[in-house]
Structure formats: structure tokens, C-alpha cells
Design a protein around this ligand. Structure first.
Ligand SMILES: [Zn+2]
Length: 297
């Protein structure tokens, strides 16, 4: 299941304990996805069945006395379903400044702001599958709506960006750390687990890649090989003297002693006339053979 959908489905099943929080969540959804009629009628439209069901349940629970709640399915032109929940007589919700469209009101309590974010995500959120990258966003139709969500995120220390889209604006998070923090605040624990697993796997893979590419790992091999060559050349020097070597081998032996950490390509460049990497390798092999023939000790 796409990460966005599974996160929404999970959040649709998270019901806050406090009535204050439940009201804040419903207000967030109503303000973003709701349409208010003149007679105090509210109509919330959602493309997510679980989210619509949650709106229905919250309306019944919170304002059960006087309202009539109805839900229906609507088929869009692209054949995707839309779910419409309508309620009448929800005067309290009508009077709630948090539930107004295009408002900048935010809940004052921290518990309620967490629920507010959950509602906003259910209404307008989407998140990229973490395997493909870290991106979470809220689509909004106005600058005020966008700034309201940014303000709420900011109250938890999460700095979000805003970018303009063809239709409206997008409040986005691009850092894994921030997205994980938000998932945790909203109470999307399974989504958080999935997200963090990917982050850990990516981190481990990154570390392995770094080790493989690490210059010091290659350097170790080069240094070890060079040390061995230097030891072989010293042995020849002690036993017979480098002057007894053919000039081509003598020059390379002296050069190696002078540049113990140079690569074969670098040594080839330093020789006159220049020698290729494989030429240096061949000559080094001959030096090793001579050293070997000189025997142990
Ligand atoms: Zn609360």
C-alpha cells in the first residue's frame, strides 16, 4: 500500500482521548475540507473512506444531540470515489473559530495542536514512500491556510517550507528527521516504524558504501604493497647492491625508496623515459623475483 494511504488509514483510526482534541481535529478537517451552508449545514468531502468515516464518527460523538449526520458516496469523472459527510445543527462547530475556512486560528493547548495536525494531514496531507525519498506535504488553497499549518508545525519546533503550485500552495517537509517527528506527533506509530526502518537501512547502506569507497581502505592496501616492495628493494641493496641491477630496474628501485607511497602510475610518470602503469608493475615483479632468489634472511 502506498505510504501516504497507509498513513492516512492509520491516522483515521487514532481517536484522541480528550474531547478538546477531538474537536480540534474535526475543526481542522472541517476548515480545510468542509463547506458551510447558510443554515449551519456542514458538508465534508474526502477521497479517503477511512477519513470520511472518522468525520462521521466524530460528528456523532461530539454533537450527537441535535445533529443529523449522513454519509454518501459520489463517483468522480476519473472513477475515483468521493465520500461526503453532511451534518446539520452543529452550531457549536459553526461557532468554533478553529473550524472556519481560511482562518489563522490555532488551538492553544499542545494536545489539541497535535490533533489539529492529524486532522490537517487527513484532509490535505500526502507523503512520499520513504524508499523513494523524504517528502511530506499539505496542499492548501490559500496563503492563510498554508501559514496556519506552518505556524502549528513551528509550535513544535518543526520548520516547514512553502511552495507555490498551479492550484494553491504546498507546505512541505523534506528532512527525514522532521517527517519522523511529525508522524510521531500525529500518533502514526506504524507509519513511523516503517519510515524509521527505511531511514536506518539507508543509513547502513550509506555507511557500507562509504567504507567501500573510503580512500583509507584503498590506501591501506597500497601502503602494504609499497612496504613490501621497499623491503624487497632493501634486501637487494644489502645483498648485492642496487648498482648491480639493470639500469631500468635500478632506477625504479631508487624511485620506490624515494616515494614509498606513490602508485605505479605515479612512479611511471617519474621515470625517464616515462613508463606505463603495467610497465612499472612488470618491473616491480622482476625486482620481487630477484629479492626472492636472494633467499631468506
Ligand atoms: Zn486537547
Amino acid at each position: 500500500m502506498p505510504f501516504s494511504l497507509s498513513t492516512k488509514n492509520e491516522l483515521a483510526r487514532v481517536f484522541p482521548e480528550g474531547a478538546c482534541c477531538a474537536r480540534a481535529e474535526l475543526a481542522a478537517i472541517a476548515s480545510l475540507d468542509g463547506k458551510w451552508g447558510k443554515d449551519g449545514k456542514l458538508e465534508v468531502t474526502s477521497s479517503n473512506a477511512a477519513a470520511a468515516r472518522k468525520v462521521y464518527t466524530l460528528l456523532k460523538k461530539l454533537y450527537r444531540t441535535e445533529n443529523q449526520v449522513a454519509a454518501r458516496k459520489k463517483r468522480r469523472l476519473d472513477k475515483k470515489n468521493l465520500y461526503v459527510v453532511s451534518a446539520q445543527g452543529v452550531q457549536q462547530l459553526v461557532d468554533d473559530p478553529l473550524a472556519q475556512p481560511d482562518t489563522d486560528a490555532l488551538p492553544s493547548k499542545r494536545c489539541c495542536r497535535r490533533s489539529f495536525l492529524r486532522g490537517a494531514f487527513l484532509a490535505r496531507g500526502s507523503a512520499t514512500n520513504p524508499n523513494r525519498g523524504y517528502h511530506l506535504e499539505f496542499w492548501t488553497s490559500s496563503k492563510r491556510e498554508a501559514e496556519r499549518i506552518v505556524g502549528c508545525l513551528e509550535s513544535f519546533g518543526i520548520a516547514a517550507g512553502i511552495s507555490t503550485r498551479k492550484r494553491g500552495l504546498v507546505v512541505y517537509l523534506k528532512e527525514g528527521e522532521k517527517i519522523a517527528h511529525l508522524l510521531s506527533l500525529m500518533g502514526a506509530h506504524r507509519a513511523l516504524l516503517r519510515f524509521e526502518n527505511v531511514r536506518i537501512m539507508k543509513g547502513m547502506r550509506g555507511q557500507v558504501n562509504r567504507l567501500v569507497n573510503c580512500e583509507t581502505a584503498n590506501m591501506d592496501k597500497t601502503v602494504q604493497a609499497a612496504m613490501k616492495q621497499v623491503a624487497q628493494i632493501r634486501k637487494i641493496q644489502e645483498k648485492i647492491g642496487l648498482d648491480k641491477l639493470p639500469p631500468k630496474l635500478r632506477d625504479l628501485a631508487l624511485l620506490r625508496l624515494e616515494h614509498p607511497y606513490a602508485t605505479f602510475a605515479e612512479l611511471g610518470e617519474l621515470l625517464t623515459p616515462r613508463v606505463t602503469k603495467s610497465g612499472v608493475s612488470y618491473r616491480m615483479g622482476r625486482l620481487a623475483k630477484i629479492a626472492e632468489d636472494l633467499g631468506e634472511g
